[in-house]
Each structure stands twice: as C-alpha cells, then as structure tokens.
Write a protein of this length. Sequence first.
Length: 378
Amino acid sequence: MIPLTETQSHWQAKVRQFCLEKVAPTVIERDKQQLFDHSLVKDVLALGLSRIYWPTTYGGFGDDFMSYAVALKELAKFDDGLAITVSVCVGLCCESIASFGTEQQKEKFLNPLIAGETIGAFALTEKEAGTDASGVQTTAVRDGEYYILNGEKVYITNAGEADVYIVFAMTDPEAGAKGISAFIVTKDMVGFTTGPRDSMMGLHTSTCGSLRFENVRVPVANLLGREGEGYKIAMRTLDSSRIGVAAQATGLAEAALAHSIAYTKERVQFGKPLSKFQNTQFQLAQMAIQVEAANLMLYNVAQDKSEGRPYTVSASMAKKFCSDVAMEVTTKAVQLFGGYGYCEDYPVARLMRNAKVTQIYEGTNEAQQMVIGGALLR
C-alpha cells in the first residue's frame, strides 16, 4: 500500500471517527427506509469534505486531491449513499464551476458549495442521452438577458435536495455536440420542478430523480463557459469525478473484505471457524489482492490529479478496474456469509447492491474501455 502523508492520514482518521459515531449506527435502518437524511449530509459537509482540496481563496483548505480521495473512500466504506451525494456535489458541480465559471459565478455559487452551505447536482442524462451525451434534447433559447430552458433530465443524483444544478441544454441543434451549453440553475427558478424519487437497486440513502424545465428563465450571467462549450465541460468534469467513483468502489471492496474476515473468524461450521478452511483462506486472499490493486490504481490517478499531470485515461482505467473489483469482492463476501449474506440485517448485501452502480454511472465501464482503447490507438 502506498503510504499516506500526515494530512491524508488526518482526513482518513477524521472521516472514520465521524462515521463510527454518526453514520454506522443508523445506516441499516436508513437504507431500509430509503431515507435521505438532509441533516446528516449537512454534517458530512460541515466536517470539511467539500473543502478539502479547493484553494483557500474560495474557502477551501488547500490540501491535495489525494486527501479528498482518501476521505471519500473512507465514507463509502460506511455509507456509499452519503459518499455519492458528496461526490456529485464536489466532483461534478463544484468542479464545473471552479474550472469554467467566472469570478462572479464562483463567488455567488462556488463559495457556498465549498463551505457546505448548499448542495449541488449535475444534470446531463436524459432518456435519449445516456452514454451518448451528445444526444441532449433539452433546449435553451436566448431571449434578451435570459435563456429559456425546456426539457427533462433523468437519473439525477441529489434531485430535489440540491440547491444548485449544472444543466446541459442544446443552444444550437444544428451543431450536434458543439451546440450544447451549460447553465447554472437554482432550485427556486420558476418553471423548474423535480419528479418523484426513483426506486433504485442500491444507494438507498441518496436520492435520484427527474428534473423538468418548462420555460425556465435562466439569466445570461448563469451561462457556464461559452455557448457551445457544454459538451467539453461535461467530459472534462467527468474525467475528474470518475476518480471519485473509483474511491467509492474501493471503499466498498475494502469494507466487504473487512466484514468477511471478521465473520469467517466467528462463524463455526463442522466444528471450526470458517477461516480455518483452506477454501475460505483462498477466497479472502484473492479478495485482498484485488483490494490492494484497486488502491494502487486509485492512489495513482489521485496523485496524477494532485500534481497536475494528465489523468483522463488513468481515471477511466481506475473507474473501470475499481468498480469491477467492488462488484467481484462484494459478491464473494455475500457468498462467504452464506444465507446471512442475503439478509439486509447484515452489511454485505447492501455493499453488493451499491457496488453494481459504480460499473454504470458517470460513464459505463464499456464507455471507459472506449476511452482507453481510443487513447491507445490515437
């Protein structure tokens, strides 16, 4: 394992202690009730996760991105629903504004997001625009000092709970992907509504739903970047956020391994603990190898971003590899637990359900292979 710096270890320990005290005692019930605990989310943000790697000029702590990845991974071990809520707010919403926003936009929207005073969301996906993000059909028509937005978004994390949304809409339908623009939309804008919460396989402690825009008047001052830069903004932001997905996935895998080790030491069958059987030891060994490799992939790309090196391909590699590891390791954990693993009163069933989506969201693993393959053959 790559050794952590004092700052990175500080964040790991801080998040772990918080989770042991405030997250772990309620996560099973919150998951069963599919409860988005707004106050708990605010507590997580108040802990400083939204401030870790941003410059002090915007209210951040100025630590490195690696510290954020370590902290997010630790949170995911206990509750990946909370982790994705934070990841979307920080890795997608904040990143978009920080990278492409004007100073006025940063002061008005970014600073409160970083301070944990507001929650952010990222609205790209539509019914006809999933992996093919260029298929956006939501429109934005210029009308004086406003853009008029019409359309619908689906599967939007933090829908209904966020205060600020990065919304992608077509300003020039004839230009294809180059006709997409990005806008900062706030929850109080007239004509902007959210649909009912989606019923999902996992991530029950987060929220996901649809957004509807009916003649929503968005000030020109809320255009992010220039007209036609929306697709570029989305792709560049997703490069960064995929490191967050890798962190969540690795956290899920680590948690599954830890629970499996503890359980097999205690569970007695045929007169001895499961851990005494060679088959169990082989399973745990393979899980540990996968977790170690996932950590190396995660820390490598997090360090690339921390030090300003290109990371598009390494982020896609880490996202795919770590999410595959999460699915495989959590599935093995359920098998080691046997019947108890299939029971929602034990943690590994939840870990497996949550692991599956890491192979799908923020770019499917098949899409990541396209990114990697394209780079190799360029």
